[in-house]
Design a protein around this ligand. Structure first.
Ligand SMILES: NC(=O)c1ccc[n+]([C@@H]2O[C@H](COP(=O)([O-])OP(=O)(O)OC[C@H]3O[C@@H](n4cnc5c(N)ncnc54)[C@H](OP(=O)(O)O)[C@@H]3O)[C@@H](O)[C@H]2O)c1
Length: 518
């Protein structure tokens, strides 16, 4: 291990405890799709940041695999550049970067070519001999989804997958999207399970690596005061907002096939919904947490095709301004069908049919080119049943809202009502808040750091299990079928830089509610 990485660990007693407790055994990581955007922007910087924290095992090595021909040195240069541009912790520790780089190599080859796997195998053997990686491997599929099944099959055919009973371990990380509907997700699960066991498969949803998302479990289950209120008796409704200020960037080809429901709701938003609504798990281990999340997902009431227009709103952005910049409409974006009816905004009303949540609506909304990037869960409580104040005072009383901010400004605020100082009884809403940034003086790791580390440690708590993926595709596939059956005559438009189509506001007003402005 690089001495400088160890120094940064020793500087901080909190980190020291963490690294002793959570240091993975030696291993090599093979990244399929090593010249891609994800590797460049997220994976390599996250690995470097882990090295800086002293959380990578001794001899940790990366083998990049992609089609383009390049030498080890050329690949290392690309990695260096990607770390310089995207690492969380700056300035870059050049000494650590040089040591980190020594463990990086590159294999050029097509995913369909058996030769490529023979070369990967040779490279892994070399790493076992020279860097003591002990036969332990993580395979990361940072590739187009169409390649997932083929790579899993070829790895197995070439003898690169150790059986689970072996002393050394093999793990597979699969990126999103995991399928594009219930049937394809199920088929992909079945295919991967021919070559890997469930305990070897890590389906990534980077939202689960975010500190605030994990904090939801701590908040709900490590405090005595919230859980008794966490049900239909006290909660009026729940809102989950994942707003993006960016558009589709250069992902037109993918996005036009996917749309907001598949891209954001099936994975990130239903994961958030399951964490908010699940029952307390008996223990904080992967299976106990997954069991409860899956139960919550399975309790989502299916939306029948004839109800789809009542429970969902779709929208597509037209040209407009976001944060002072002009943007074209969705249909004018590159690689988007000029007559596209793909939704870039979706709002849903879901019910969870179980004892705890009967009758409590969960409103979800997400969109591209909204005014701000913000992800938030807000729990809105019932109004006080009988405030003993004059009518003119109580008219403006707002209900209590617990807002869990996932990004940015991570934290939790509780909106309560207080008396305005002065001679008369005037009331106003005030916020009690906890901000990560000010309460803890350590910076939160990036989600990919946490998830890569967990995979190396064999901890799958933050990775959706097979049944969780399928359970989240079920209600989404129902909605997609409903949309297909009803067609889209007039897809509502919203100007880029606004909070979605007007129809989304009327959707809430119909229920006597409104979207919370984060
Ligand atoms: N980018 C993100 O922020 C992001 C976020 C969430 C999820 N994801 C998911 O992560 C995966 C990768 O995304 P990306 O944006 O990094 O994609 P990308 O930029 O298009 O990169 C794809 C990579 O796969 C390689 N590749 C493709 N076909 C190949 C083949 N037949 N043989 C060998 N190599 C091949 C490419 O190599 P060459 O360049 O040599 O052709 C490239 O390295 C996708 O599933 C995506 O949905 C990405």
């Amino acid at each position: 291990m690089d001495p400088q990485a160890t120094n940064s660990t020793l500087d901080n007693p909190l980190r020291e405890g963490l690294s002793l407790e959570r240091l993975p055994s030696p291993c090599a990581m093979v990244i399929f799709g090593a010249s891609g955007d994800l590797t460049r922007r997220k994976l390599m910087p996250a690995l470097y940041d882990l090295a800086l924290e002293g959380l990578l095992p001794p001899g940790f090595s990366v083998v990049g695999v992609a089609r383009s021909e390049k030498s080890n040195d050329e690949f290392r240069e690309e990695v260096r550049e990607s770390i310089r541009q995207n690492a969380r912790r700056t300035p870059i520790d050049e000494g650590l970067l040089r040591t980190f780089e020594e463990g990086i190599s590159y294999v050029a080859g097509d995913f369909s070519s058996p030769d490529a796997y023979a070369r990967i195998s040779e490279e892994l053997d070399r790493l076992d001999r020279e860097r003591n990686t002990s036969g332990n491997r993580v395979y990361y599929l940072a590739t187009p989804p169409s390649a997932y099944a083929e790579i899993a099959c070829k790895l197995s055919e070439q003898g690169l997958v150790q059986p689970i009973e072996d002393e050394s371990w093999t793990r597979l990380i699969v990126e999103k999207p995991f399928g594009n509907d219930y049937d394809s997700a199920r088929e992909l699960n079945q295919t991967l399970l021919q070559y890997f066991s469930e305990d070897q498969i890590y389906r990534i949803d980077h939202y689960l690596g975010k500190e605030t998302v994990q904090n939801m479990l701590a908040f709900r289950f490590a405090n005595g005061i919230f859980e008794p209120l966490w049900n239909r008796t006290f909660i009026d409704h729940v809102q989950i907002t994942v707003a993006e200020s960016i558009g589709i960037e250069n992902r037109g080809g993918y996005y036009d096939q996917a749309g907001a429901l598949r891209d954001m709701v099936q994975n990130h938003m239903l994961q958030l919904l399951s964490l908010v609504s699940m029952e307390p798990p008996p223990a904080f281990d992967a299976d106990s947490v997954h069991d409860e999340k899956v139960k919550a997902l399975r309790s989502i009431r299916p939306i029948q095709p004839e109800e789809v227009d009542y429970y969902t709103v779709r929208g597509q952005y037209s040209e407009g301004w976001v944060m002072g910049q002009p943007y074209p409409g969705y249909r004018d974006e590159a690689r988007v069908d000029p007559a596209s009816t793909t939704e870039t905004y979706v709002a849903l009303k879901l019910f969870i049919d179980n004892w705890r949540w009967a009758g409590v609506p969960f409103y979800l909304r997400t969109g591209k080119h909204l005014p701000r990037r913000v992800s938030e869960i807000s729990i809105q409580f019932h109004k006080a049943p009988h405030p003993p104040f004059a009518e003119n005072v109580t008219q403006s009383l707002e209900p209590n809202v617990l807002a869990i901010r996932i990004q940015p400004d991570e934290g939790i605020t509780l909106k309560t009502t207080a008396k305005v100082p002065g001679p008369s009884m005037r009331l106003r809403s005030v916020n009690m808040g906890f901000l990560y940034g000010t309460s803890f003086l350590v910076e939160s790791p990036d989600a990919y750091e946490r998830l890569l580390l967990d995979c190396m440690l064999g901890d799958s708590t933050l990775f959706p299990r097979r049944d969780g993926i399928e359970a989240s595709w079920e209600p989404i596939t129902q909605i997609l079928r409903g949309w297909e059956a009803t067609g889209v005559e007039n897809l509502p438009a919203y100007s880029a830089g606004t909070w979605g189509p007007e129809e989304a506001d009327s959707f809430m007003e119909r229920d006597g509610r409104q979207w919370r402005q984060p």
